[in-house]
Design a protein around this ligand. Sequence first.
Ligand code: SF4
Length: 354
Amino acid sequence: MSDSAEFIEPMPDAAPVDQPGAQPPPAPLQTPRSVSRRKRVLLAKPRGYCAGVDRAVQTVEHALDHYGAPVYVRKQIVHNLHVVRSLEARGAVFVEETDEVPEGSIVVFSAHGVAPEVHAEAASRNLKAIDATCPLVTKVHNEARRFAAEDYDIVLIGHEGHEEVIGTTGQAPASIRLVDGPDDVPNVEVRDPERVVWLSQTTLSVDETLQTVDALKVKFPKLQSPPSDDICYATQNRQAAVKAIAPQVELFLVVGSANSSNSVRMVEVALAAGARQAHLVENATAIQPKWLTGVTSVGLSSGASVPEILVSEVADWLAEHGYGDLEEVNHTEERLVFALPQELRRDMRLTPKA
Ligand code: SF4
């Protein structure tokens, strides 16, 4: 876990699935498909914002309130266009790299995490850096550095080019080998097959990752596993909720952006679990009416970086098209909350508002 003591977990009775033994049984669906012919929407819960995204967005909002605009943000703070545009309207300036930020300015690092060299570059330009990396990504960073220090080769399961993968690889570039799914396993080479451990991106498909691990274990029988799941509680819970609903619907809509890994995985999970169609939609305007042909039941959820307003607009669109009967299907309660980055909390405590 993050060493920054930023974790608040007020979850006595409904912990996320990455807490051992804490997974409550899925709530039974209230209306089985076999007894319903009415047009309806099954709305998955949990959906939308996770604790890491909520913290990252709040970090930028509080930074704008405290320091005043502009506050620079390296990369999209979370992978959602609506969120980015909303923060831009308040004075956030999104850049790709720190060298675009004027010397001495404030820069926020996104929830996906950064390599150590990004911190070093920010320091060399006299930037005030606020790190909004999700603590569950920081946990993977810490694991990577620890296993590298113990001279392991680390097989990182993840998608090449994704910001989180770049940030994690940067923790120990000489020790990490990336594998992008089970088909990529034959290409993995390590120095010592007796000393290999796997880690993963936090937002992967749970099932596909298990397939990749199984294939890795065939190739490296001494493969070690991380101390705890790297696929985060939010990814797991959202996929499980989609899985529970998908066999009962002809169409599944996932609200999310195309560059949101966890949102894309939810579409794949819906299809694999039995939905006849599944589509990723940025917002209600992206829905194609022809998708509704012959559809009685629609599943609806959203990725971990999606504000609820976008889901409400999709639900309204569906209601206008005859699907006004909406049931929320509660799979798992989530109450996880992360504190704001400590450098921001310290400034908010010690210095008056700019
Ligand atoms: S999806 Fe998981 S790892 Fe990513 S920000 Fe949310 S809680 Fe953190």
